[in-house]
Design a protein around this ligand. Structure first.
Ligand SMILES: C[S@@+](CC[C@H](N)C(=O)[O-])C[C@H]1O[C@@H](n2cnc3c(N)ncnc32)[C@H](O)[C@@H]1O
Length: 415
């Protein structure tokens, strides 16, 4: 058991924790918010520069605190028994968005060296539901005794819960609350917009089993378009995320810089969501190549993009793909890349130096970057700036209400 101390919370930090200072050291504290004074238990004193702590009692309550939207995650519980995945659920929704905007602005200022005001935009229906009922995908974990539930906050202990307020009701209804199901590692609850909801039991792939699971296509509807995606494959989690991001990606593109004949790309393309959004805006002759490392997703992308004669889908790691393109360019292709619009939606770690360098060398007219991590985005903003690309436009979306996560859509152009 760690030491308990009284702490004044001064700010929000990246990762859903809050800043306090104690005896000259920064302590990152969970389950509080700026302006509060709390009793907190130190949970990690292994680092020299900062420690970590959990709130055990709120001594001075912020006006922005609310009763947690999920009783299983409440500060009234023992920290080890608090369910994870709703680490902002004790904060009023409007304040959550202000905190997310601050983290994005602060990351851009410190790492990206640019000053920007950002508004984190709400998705349809979230204010009315207080940010609940939006998840179309939930993974519940199962331990060796068959106990089922989400992980606790900041650990892999499974917490038995009676409800899943962030989940859409049609998948929450499928959760086997209170049951024991030994022999599996997880249960995925999946609620596609164009298909029936389902629960899929599975085991963690340890790498020994080389056989890939048989394809199991489901349908997701975005606007007037239907997408095939595998039941185990990546799809945006919020019920309105795909529509919101598709609109943001297609509308942020500067038409004056867009050439439908250029080497346009949708990198980290999944099943072709953004390639379709760009194609829908710029017409049936638009050339667009989706690049995605997951072979099965690429097969679905080929299907989903079949109506565009100029659409291709390639299975490759983006870093390797760009490296080989860069090495083999002839003069015609060089001009096609220089005129291109490139969309990229990397995983949490961001694009990184190698990908940014390759992109800069290909010198596209504009880049549209969809980012799920503000710090990774800010680091890539700095890398792009070094290579002659400046951030031209930026929007942010509250794609994950009641959690600390925020999504951004940025457009870069050549200086
Ligand atoms: C955030 S998802 C975006 C998918 C798609 N844009 C969408 O919104 O549906 C990132 C995708 O990148 C893929 N991916 C991860 N690392 C990759 C890499 N190094 N090269 C290519 N694809 C990668 C993942 O399989 C996943 O489909």
């Amino acid at each position: 058991m760690g030491t308990v101390c009284e702490l004044d919370i001064t700010n929000v930090a990246h990762g859903g924790v809050f800043v306090s200072r104690h005896e000259g050291r920064v302590i990152f504290v969970a389950d509080t918010l700026p302006g509060e004074r709390v009793l907190a238990r130190i949970t990690d004193a292994s680092q020299k520069s900062f420690w970590r702590a959990d709130t055990v009692e709120v001594l001075t309550t912020s006006a922005d605190r609310q009763e947690h939207i999920w009783s299983a995650a409440s500060v009234n519980r023992d920290p080890a028994q608090r369910a994870g995945g709703a680490e902002f659920g004790h904060i009023k929704l409007a304040t959550q968005r202000d905190l997310k905007a601050f983290v994005l602005e602060d990351s851009l200022s410190r790492m990206g060296k640019i000053e920007r005001r950002v508004e984190v935009e709400a998705l349809e229906g979230d204010d009315e539901s207080q940010g609940t009922g939006w998840r179309t995908r939930v993974r519940l974990h199962v331990d060796a005794d068959g106990k089922v539930g989400p992980y606790a906050a900041r650990s892999h202990n499974i917490i038995e819960v009676e409800d899943l307020p962030l989940a859409a009701s049609r998948i929450a209804e499928l959760a086997p609350f209170g049951q024991r199901i030994p022999g599996i590692d997880f249960i995925d609850l999946v609620g596609p917009s164009g298909d029936s909801a389902r629960a899929i039991a599975g085991n963690i792939d340890t790498g020994k089993n080389k056989k890939r699971p048989a394809p199991e296509p489901i349908t997701e509807i975005v606007g007037k378009r239907a997408f095939k995606v595998d039941v185990r494959g990546f799809w945006q989690v919020h019920r309105h995320a795909s529509a919101t991001l598709s609109e943001a990606v297609s509308s942020v593109i500067d038409e004056a810089l867009f050439d439908p004949r250029a080497a346009n790309h949708d990198l980290y393309g999944g099943v072709g969501l953004f390639a379709a959004a760009v194609g829908d805006r710029f017409g049936s002759t638009t050339r667009m190549t989706s690049v995605e490392s997951d072979e099965m997703a690429t097969e679905y992308a080929l299907d989903n993009l079949a109506e565009w004669v100029g659409a291709r889908a390639v299975t490759a790691r983006v870093d390797r793909y760009l490296d080989s393109v860069r090495r083999d360019l002839n003069a015609v292709e060089k001009a096609r890349y220089a005129a291109a619009t490139i969309v990229l939606d990397p995983p949490r770690a961001g694009a990184g130096k190698e990908v940014v360098n390759s992109l800069a060398e290909l010198s596209p007219a504009q880049l549209v970057y969809v980012a799920c991590d503000p710090v990774a985005l800010a680091r890539d903003v700095a890398l792009f700036a070094e290579r002659g690309y400046q951030l031209e436009e930026l929007r942010a979306f509250d794609l994950f209400p009641n959690t600390h996560h925020v999504e951004a859509v940025a457009r870069f152009v050549k200086n």
